[in-house]
Ligand binder design. Structure first.
Ligand code: GDP
Ligand code: GDP
Length: 460
């Protein structure tokens, strides 16, 4: 029995677009039996290594009259009843509308598992709408762009534990899968380790010949391979499940492994695009550099992309066995790193030799630590004591003689950490003040390297 996911939400939020993206051409119309309406569609979806059935409730007109609203409600309830979980889609550009609240109500009452997705979240215009989504009380909205294919990695991460639990439930009693942070009172540093059922997702990216496949083979050794190469995210990328010194891990490899798998096709040309795709599916991205030619344009591009996608990043400098002046080289690398990638301040830089195996333990520690920081939650109380201190030390500017007031701060998400600061005139706060706060968060709450999102919202 295939896991069933219902896509629900008011018209025009992008349900069909998402359905088509997940299902592609594998559409199966299942409603040919007499008596069954044609307004529910089912399709076989593929998302990375996940296979499941999606039920689409699209095809409804905007509900202007009551009968239509009733029909919409009935249809949604039917889909919810058929499904193991629901993907509730809102439009991040439009924000939360009254009709969304109606759906939220139905879902809170009827569905065991709800994943809230704010669609059309590409670009910056959607941030306010995403934040409004928290107000629905269905947890953290996942940022999606069905049209541009963004956020599918997060969707994968949200679905994987549900599907795994449902599969496990067919044999034994299902263990509840708790994946969402609920640790409101958690002290700083409260780490959320991945549930055992869900492997740590790592992508190794870098230029051709940086040593990606050598590195992955070294990590795998001979005996730790849990699953063989399998076509992953797309036909162009491959993922491997392994036990990385005690941590269940899934590594997404790009060109390197395909080369080893002897599927020779335009490896050089595809590798960048592959790397970009792997980044979307990873939690931690290992950017592998060649010590002889570090920080090439391609390396910088992919590191920057990983940061913008909100991934935890670890920079690994490979072929360290070839270096003679290691101390000098390391200093030089650190300087270059700080200069070329200032947005990744404090991200770990680890030297390794994939060939000899040196440094692999340190790499693993750096990856686990980056993942832990990426998942970290700071309690509201601590955050606000901290904010008061920051403001006292360095008050925000006072344009036109009126000082901008920062009212309070709250952490609205993890993976990566995201914060909202309520303030009196967000549009007047200079970028330098945001950087001041982000750097402060990094240092005071020990969150080096991880991308930190900070949004100011208006509250007079
Ligand atoms: P449905 O009624 O919920 O099934 O919505 P549709 O899938 O028909 O999409 C409604 C409109 O939103 C269409 O014009 C889509 O092209 C557009 N749309 C869907 N997804 C996105 C997205 O991620 N970003 C943007 N900007 N538009 C989207
Ligand atoms: P990929 O294209 O990134 O997968 O790179 P490969 O793993 O195929 O490695 C490219 C070349 O670099 C091969 O000739 C490897 O033997 C070599 N290489 C990889 N790692 C190291 C290392 O740590 N030290 C040295 N000296 N050579 C390495």
């Amino acid at each position: 029995m295939s896991f069933k996911l219902a896509i629900v939400g008011r018209p025009n939020v992008g349900k069909s677009t998402l359905f088509n993206r997940l299902v592609g051409k594998r559409l199966a119309l299942v409603d040919d039996q007499p008596g069954v309406t044609r307004d529910l569609r089912e399709g076989e979806a593929r998302l990375g290594d996940l296979r499941f059935t999606v039920i689409d409730t699209a095809g409804l007109e905007e509900a202007t009259d009551e009968s239509l609203q009733g029909r919409m409600r009935a249809l949604t309830e039917r889909a919810v009843g058929m499904a193991d979980a629901c993907l509730f889609v809102i439009d991040a550009r439009a924000g939360v509308l009254p009709a969304d609240e109606v759906f939220a109500d139905i879902l809170r009452r009827k569905s065991a598992h709800v994943i809230l997705a704010a669609n059309k979240a590409e670009g910056n215009a959607a941030e306010a709408g995403v934040l409004e989504g928290y107000g629905l009380g269905l947890g953290e909205p996942l940022r999606l762009s069905a049209e541009h294919g963004e956020g599918l990695g997060e969707l994968h991460a949200a679905l994987a534990p549900l599907i795994e639990a449902s599969e496990a439930a067919t044999d034994a009693e299902a263990a509840p899968v708790t994946d969402v942070d609920v640790d409101e009172e958690g002290e700083t540093g409260a780490a959320h380790a991945p549930t055992p059922a869900r492997p740590l997702q790592v992508a190794v990216v870098g230029r051709p010949n940086a040593g990606k496949s050598t590195l992955i083979n070294a990590i795998l050794g001979e005996d730790r391979l849990l699953t063989g190469p399998e076509a992953g995210i797309t036909r162009d990328a491959i993922s491997l499940g392994l036990d990385w010194a005690g941590t269940p891990t899934r590594i997404f490899d790009t060109a390197g492994m395909r080369k080893k798998a002897k599927v020779q096709d335009k490896v050089e040309k595809l590798s960048v695009a592959d790397g970009l795709r792997a980044v979307k599916f990873a939690e931690v991205v290992v950017v592998l550099l060649d010590a002889q030619i570090p920080f090439e344009q391609q390396d910088l591009r992919i590191a920057d992309l990983a940061e913008r996608e909100g991934r935890a990043v670890v920079v690994a400098v490979n072929k360290w066995d070839l270096e003679t002046d290691r101390q000098g080289k390391l200093r030089e690398l650190k300087e270059e790193f700080a200069r070329l990638l200032p947005q990744m301040k404090g991200a770990p830089l680890v030297t390794v030799s994939a060939k000899t195996g040196r440094g692999l333990d340190r790499l693993r520690d750096a990856v686990l630590r980056a993942h832990e920081v990426w998942n970290r939650r700071v309690s509201t109380a601590r955050l606000n004591r901290w904010l008061a201190g920051m403001v006292e030390m360095h008050p925000p500017p006072a344009p036109g003689g009126r000082r901008i007031r920062l009212r309070y701060a709250t952490q609205v998400k993890t993976r990566p950490p995201g914060f909202v600061v309520m303030c009196s005139a967000p549009e007047k706060l200079p970028e330098s003040y945001r950087r001041y706060l982000i750097n402060g968060l990094r240092e005071d709450f020990d969150m080096p390297g991880t991308p930190i999102r900070l949004t100011f919202r208006s509250q007079a």
